[in-house]
Write a new protein. Sequence first.
Length: 161
Amino acid sequence: MKKVIFGIIAVTLLMITSCTKNNNPGGSWTFQSATYNTASCTTSSASATLTVSNTSTPAINSVSMVFSFFNGLPTTNGTYTVLNANSHILLPSGNWVVINASMGEAMTQQYYSTGGGNGPQKLSVTMNNGKISISGSGIELANTANPSDSSALTVNITQLQ
């Protein structure tokens, strides 16, 4: 009888701990009422970018986002102001970022950060052992072909590799 009770307790503990595990430690983002889990998150110091993508089936649901940081990839925690990715202006040193997203089959739908019309939009960047974590919400992205096709982005991602 003691073995049966011990077995039930062991199985129960296993089930409880498996329910609390994070199935996606790389985080996720929500755009156009759809939530995407991070499949990869890579940086490029040469172009000061963080690229995040998911791998969805069917491919029409695939999304890739590029966060381009002015003045190099972040090395410390900070808050970054989101700029309009279509404006080409020279900026003084500071914490600035633009966001571009590609969606759909063959990544044919292109979106860009607008910088917002209701005050500055911000991303929070946290560094941990050289890995970047980004979070933010209410960041407006608009379709490059049809700017009235816009939606808010909520992002909470962590670079794992």
